[in-house]
Every structure is written in C-alpha cells, then in structure tokens.
Design a protein around this ligand. Structure first.
Ligand code: PNS
Length: 162
C-alpha cells in the first residue's frame, strides 16, 4: 500500500490545494492531508478549524483522509508508514522554500521522498493568503475555494473577532 502525505497550513484550503490533493489521490493508494504548523505563519483559522474545513472539502475523495499534527512532519510520515510527501509547486518563487524543506526532510527521514506536482495553470496565482486578503476586504472568493466551505470562510471574515 503506497501512502502519501500532503502537508500544509491549509489556512484555508483553496482550489489549488484541492487540485493537488485530487491528482495525488489518483497516484497513491491512500493520501493523508496533514494540517501542520508553519512556525512562520500566523493563521486565521485554528488547527481544528482548518482540519474541519479541509475534511469537508475532500469528503468526496474516498482514499483521502485528513489529520492534524503539531510536531515534525517527518515523524508523522514515519509513524503512518508513508513513503512520499506531496507538495504543489506554483512558480519559481516557491522553489527555494520548497527545495530547502525537501532537503531538510530528506536528512531527517531518508526513507521519505518529496514529490512535487505542478500547479494547474489557472491556479498559478492562487494562495490562502490571497483568499484571506480578498475575503477580508469583502471581495468575491467564488471559484478560489471549494464551494462547500465558501460560506464558512466568508462568515469568518465578515466577523473576524469570532
Ligand atoms: O502550507 P505551508 O505553510 O507552506 O506548509 C508548510 C508546512 C506546514 C508543511 C511546514 O511548515 C511543516 O512541515 N511544518 C511541520 C513542522 C516541520 O516538520 N517543520 C520542518 C519542515 S523542514
């Protein structure tokens, strides 16, 4: 059984993430979408909220599960006997950051490979930060996030103190 972990902040999950997860689900027996802590980011949604939003967005994919973890990614990967870490790559601007993470993870867990899937062209510009910025100013995020979670994201930004 080939298990892949697709880690990220998912704050919140976007159509770009969903495209990568969907394509990974066709390549592996099981895909675990792992909501993780990026120490460099202050998130709009809690870990539990991000997990719930992501679970809703991938509910239609039978071999995909969602989990969260507040430790080192490689430790989770090892514990779940996964062999691949899947990340999406947008532009060259992602490359240095992704390359550094892949090399660090390889050093910490040489048995796990990082695999990059290139973003779909229509999602090149898309990021969770962009979604939050648009929603924060009351803009239209239709088509940028999965439709089933759009109302929850809009509600958060309509009432940011919640
Ligand atoms: O969506 P992001 O914020 O680019 O994802 C980055 C993430 C969460 C995958 C990365 O920060 C991570 O793996 N965090 C878990 C802690 C860890 O293992 N850090 C070392 C990574 S080399």
């Amino acid at each position: 059984m080939k298990i892949a972990v697709c880690p990220g902040s998912f704050d919140p999950i976007t159509m770009g993430h969903l495209d990568i997860i969907t394509r990974a689900s066709a390549l592996f027996d099981r895909v675990i979408v792992l909501i993780s802590i990026n120490v460099a980011k202050k998130t709009a949604f809690t870990l539990a909220e991000r997990e719930a939003l992501t679970a809703k967005a991938v509910a239609h994919l039978p071999n995909v599960e969602v989990d969260s973890f507040d430790g080192l990614l490689v430790e989770y990967v090892r514990a779940r006997q996964a062999t691949v870490i899947v990340r999406g790559l947008r532009a060259m601007s992602d490359f240095e950051y992704e390359f550094q993470m892949a090399l660090a993870n390889k050093r910490l867990n040489p048995e796990a490979e990082t695999m990059f899937l290139t973003t779909a062209a229509e999602n090149m510009y898309l990021s969770s930060s962009l979604v939050k910025q648009i929603a924060g100013f009351g803009g239209n995020i239709t088509g940028l996030v999965p439709a089933c979670i759009q109302p929850e994201i809009e509600a958060r930004f309509a009432n940011p103190s919640r």
